[in-house]
Design a protein. Structure first.
Length: 227
Protein backbone atom coordinates (compact mmCIF):
# COMPACT_ATOMS: atom_id res chain seq x y z
CA UNK A 1 0.00 0.00 0.00
CA UNK A 2 1.67 3.20 -1.20
CA UNK A 3 -0.02 5.16 1.59
CA UNK A 4 2.60 3.78 3.99
CA UNK A 5 5.40 5.53 2.12
CA UNK A 6 5.24 8.64 4.32
CA UNK A 7 5.95 6.57 7.44
CA UNK A 8 8.52 4.35 5.74
CA UNK A 9 10.54 7.42 4.72
CA UNK A 10 11.45 7.84 8.39
CA UNK A 11 13.63 4.73 8.17
CA UNK A 12 16.29 5.98 5.72
CA UNK A 13 16.02 9.60 6.86
CA UNK A 14 16.59 8.93 10.56
CA UNK A 15 20.35 8.28 10.19
CA UNK A 16 20.64 11.34 7.95
CA UNK A 17 18.99 13.52 10.59
CA UNK A 18 21.36 12.14 13.22
CA UNK A 19 24.30 12.83 10.93
CA UNK A 20 23.19 16.43 10.46
CA UNK A 21 22.72 16.84 14.21
CA UNK A 22 26.23 15.48 14.84
CA UNK A 23 27.69 17.88 12.26
CA UNK A 24 28.38 15.13 9.72
CA UNK A 25 30.60 13.19 12.10
CA UNK A 26 30.30 9.69 10.61
CA UNK A 27 32.70 8.23 13.17
CA UNK A 28 30.77 9.63 16.11
CA UNK A 29 28.78 7.51 18.58
CA UNK A 30 25.45 9.12 17.75
CA UNK A 31 25.60 8.05 14.12
CA UNK A 32 26.58 4.54 15.18
CA UNK A 33 23.47 4.44 17.39
CA UNK A 34 21.12 5.82 14.73
CA UNK A 35 19.78 2.31 14.12
CA UNK A 36 18.01 2.59 17.47
CA UNK A 37 16.12 5.61 16.21
CA UNK A 38 15.15 3.68 13.08
CA UNK A 39 13.84 0.80 15.17
CA UNK A 40 11.99 3.24 17.40
CA UNK A 41 10.16 4.78 14.43
CA UNK A 42 9.60 1.50 12.58
CA UNK A 43 7.88 -0.15 15.51
CA UNK A 44 5.00 2.29 15.56
CA UNK A 45 4.35 2.20 11.80
CA UNK A 46 1.21 0.05 12.30
CA UNK A 47 -0.05 2.13 15.26
CA UNK A 48 -3.41 2.59 13.50
CA UNK A 49 -3.21 -0.07 10.83
CA UNK A 50 -6.95 -0.74 10.57
CA UNK A 51 -7.44 2.88 9.47
CA UNK A 52 -5.94 2.01 6.09
CA UNK A 53 -8.52 -0.75 5.55
CA UNK A 54 -11.30 1.81 5.22
CA UNK A 55 -14.76 0.34 4.82
CA UNK A 56 -13.10 -2.79 3.39
CA UNK A 57 -12.58 -3.67 7.04
CA UNK A 58 -16.10 -5.10 6.81
CA UNK A 59 -14.75 -7.95 4.70
CA UNK A 60 -12.18 -8.69 7.40
CA UNK A 61 -14.96 -8.97 9.95
CA UNK A 62 -17.00 -11.21 7.66
CA UNK A 63 -14.21 -13.77 7.59
CA UNK A 64 -14.72 -14.29 11.32
CA UNK A 65 -11.02 -13.95 12.01
CA UNK A 66 -10.11 -13.89 15.68
CA UNK A 67 -8.42 -10.86 17.13
CA UNK A 68 -5.13 -12.56 17.96
CA UNK A 69 -4.79 -13.91 14.43
CA UNK A 70 -5.51 -10.46 12.96
CA UNK A 71 -3.00 -8.76 15.26
CA UNK A 72 -0.30 -11.33 14.55
CA UNK A 73 -0.93 -11.37 10.81
CA UNK A 74 -0.70 -7.60 10.47
CA UNK A 75 2.46 -7.55 12.57
CA UNK A 76 4.14 -10.23 10.48
CA UNK A 77 3.27 -8.29 7.35
CA UNK A 78 4.97 -5.09 8.44
CA UNK A 79 7.83 -7.00 10.09
CA UNK A 80 8.69 -8.72 6.81
CA UNK A 81 9.60 -5.29 5.43
CA UNK A 82 10.89 -3.34 8.40
CA UNK A 83 13.07 -5.95 10.14
CA UNK A 84 15.35 -6.52 7.11
CA UNK A 85 15.56 -2.75 6.57
CA UNK A 86 16.61 -2.19 10.17
CA UNK A 87 19.31 -4.84 9.94
CA UNK A 88 20.59 -3.22 6.74
CA UNK A 89 20.59 0.24 8.32
CA UNK A 90 22.48 -1.10 11.35
CA UNK A 91 25.12 -2.72 9.15
CA UNK A 92 25.52 0.34 6.93
CA UNK A 93 25.77 2.88 9.75
CA UNK A 94 28.16 0.73 11.76
CA UNK A 95 30.23 0.07 8.66
CA UNK A 96 30.48 3.76 7.82
CA UNK A 97 31.37 4.65 11.40
CA UNK A 98 33.86 1.81 11.69
CA UNK A 99 32.32 0.73 14.99
CA UNK A 100 31.74 -2.97 14.39
CA UNK A 101 32.35 -3.50 18.11
CA UNK A 102 28.91 -1.95 18.65
CA UNK A 103 27.08 -4.46 16.47
CA UNK A 104 25.67 -6.51 19.39
CA UNK A 105 24.20 -3.57 21.36
CA UNK A 106 22.95 -1.67 18.31
CA UNK A 107 21.37 -4.71 16.69
CA UNK A 108 19.83 -5.95 19.93
CA UNK A 109 18.44 -2.59 21.02
CA UNK A 110 17.15 -1.55 17.59
CA UNK A 111 15.34 -4.85 17.02
CA UNK A 112 14.07 -4.74 20.59
CA UNK A 113 12.58 -1.28 20.10
CA UNK A 114 10.97 -2.40 16.87
CA UNK A 115 9.33 -5.44 18.47
CA UNK A 116 8.20 -3.36 21.44
CA UNK A 117 6.64 -0.90 19.01
CA UNK A 118 4.85 -3.74 17.25
CA UNK A 119 3.43 -4.86 20.59
CA UNK A 120 2.22 -1.38 21.47
CA UNK A 121 0.77 -0.92 17.99
CA UNK A 122 -1.07 -4.24 18.21
CA UNK A 123 -3.03 -2.74 21.09
CA UNK A 124 -3.38 0.86 19.91
CA UNK A 125 -4.66 -0.07 16.46
CA UNK A 126 -7.42 -2.15 18.05
CA UNK A 127 -8.61 0.83 20.08
CA UNK A 128 -8.91 3.57 17.49
CA UNK A 129 -8.82 4.54 13.85
CA UNK A 130 -7.93 7.89 12.28
CA UNK A 131 -8.80 9.46 8.91
CA UNK A 132 -6.32 8.42 6.21
CA UNK A 133 -5.93 9.08 2.47
CA UNK A 134 -8.22 6.90 0.38
CA UNK A 135 -6.71 4.03 -1.65
CA UNK A 136 -5.04 5.48 -4.72
CA UNK A 137 -4.62 8.94 -3.18
CA UNK A 138 -1.23 10.52 -2.59
CA UNK A 139 0.32 9.32 0.67
CA UNK A 140 1.11 12.97 1.43
CA UNK A 141 -2.48 14.14 1.05
CA UNK A 142 -3.75 15.97 4.11
CA UNK A 143 -6.97 14.48 5.42
CA UNK A 144 -9.27 16.78 7.44
CA UNK A 145 -9.45 15.83 11.09
CA UNK A 146 -6.42 13.56 11.01
CA UNK A 147 -3.52 15.74 12.13
CA UNK A 148 -4.31 16.22 15.83
CA UNK A 149 -5.54 12.68 16.48
CA UNK A 150 -2.56 11.20 14.65
CA UNK A 151 -0.17 13.39 16.63
CA UNK A 152 -1.65 12.36 19.98
CA UNK A 153 -1.62 8.67 19.08
CA UNK A 154 1.92 8.81 17.71
CA UNK A 155 3.15 10.66 20.79
CA UNK A 156 1.50 8.21 23.19
CA UNK A 157 2.91 5.20 21.33
CA UNK A 158 6.38 6.71 21.12
CA UNK A 159 6.40 7.58 24.83
CA UNK A 160 5.32 4.07 25.79
CA UNK A 161 7.89 2.41 23.54
CA UNK A 162 10.63 4.68 24.89
CA UNK A 163 9.83 3.81 28.51
CA UNK A 164 9.44 0.07 27.96
CA UNK A 165 12.59 -0.05 25.83
CA UNK A 166 14.88 1.48 28.48
CA UNK A 167 16.21 -1.92 29.69
CA UNK A 168 17.67 -2.42 26.21
CA UNK A 169 18.60 1.17 25.41
CA UNK A 170 20.51 1.86 28.63
CA UNK A 171 22.98 -1.05 28.23
CA UNK A 172 23.45 -0.09 24.58
CA UNK A 173 24.32 3.45 25.64
CA UNK A 174 26.71 2.18 28.31
CA UNK A 175 28.42 -0.03 25.75
CA UNK A 176 28.75 2.88 23.34
CA UNK A 177 29.88 5.65 25.66
CA UNK A 178 31.47 3.55 28.41
CA UNK A 179 33.14 0.91 26.28
CA UNK A 180 31.60 -1.99 28.18
CA UNK A 181 31.40 -5.13 26.05
CA UNK A 182 29.38 -6.85 28.78
CA UNK A 183 26.72 -4.15 28.57
CA UNK A 184 26.72 -4.58 24.80
CA UNK A 185 25.91 -8.27 25.04
CA UNK A 186 23.26 -7.53 27.66
CA UNK A 187 21.57 -5.18 25.19
CA UNK A 188 21.91 -7.82 22.47
CA UNK A 189 20.00 -10.36 24.58
CA UNK A 190 17.58 -8.14 26.50
CA UNK A 191 16.37 -6.20 23.45
CA UNK A 192 14.88 -9.06 21.40
CA UNK A 193 13.70 -11.02 24.47
CA UNK A 194 11.91 -8.01 25.93
CA UNK A 195 10.57 -7.10 22.50
CA UNK A 196 9.11 -10.56 21.89
CA UNK A 197 7.55 -10.53 25.35
CA UNK A 198 5.89 -7.16 24.77
CA UNK A 199 4.78 -8.27 21.31
CA UNK A 200 3.17 -11.42 22.73
CA UNK A 201 1.33 -9.41 25.38
CA UNK A 202 0.29 -6.85 22.77
CA UNK A 203 -1.11 -9.52 20.45
CA UNK A 204 -3.16 -11.02 23.30
CA UNK A 205 -4.47 -7.71 24.67
CA UNK A 206 -4.96 -6.22 21.22
CA UNK A 207 -6.71 -9.37 20.09
CA UNK A 208 -9.20 -9.18 22.93
CA UNK A 209 -9.87 -5.54 22.19
CA UNK A 210 -10.26 -6.29 18.47
CA UNK A 211 -12.89 -8.95 19.18
CA UNK A 212 -14.88 -6.55 21.34
CA UNK A 213 -14.33 -3.33 19.40
CA UNK A 214 -14.40 -4.34 15.71
CA UNK A 215 -18.01 -3.18 15.04
CA UNK A 216 -17.24 0.21 16.60
CA UNK A 217 -14.09 0.58 14.50
CA UNK A 218 -16.05 -0.18 11.33
CA UNK A 219 -18.66 2.41 12.26
CA UNK A 220 -15.94 5.04 12.69
CA UNK A 221 -14.38 4.12 9.34
CA UNK A 222 -17.74 4.50 7.64
CA UNK A 223 -18.23 7.89 9.28
CA UNK A 224 -14.88 9.04 7.88
CA UNK A 225 -15.97 8.04 4.39
CA UNK A 226 -19.21 9.93 4.71
CA UNK A 227 -17.65 13.06 6.18
Amino acid sequence: DLRYIRQLLLIPFAPILVLIYSQWDVSGPFFALSGLLVGFFAGVLPYSDISYDGTAFATVMQTGIRGRADRLGRTLGVASITIPLIVIVDLVTLGLSGRWDLLPPVLGASLGLTLIGFGVSAVSSAFLVVPTPAPGDSPFKRVPGSSFSMFLTFFACWALVAVIGLPAVIPAAIATFGGSSVAGWIAFVVGPVLGLLVLAVGVVLGGKRFDANAPSLLAQLRSFQGA
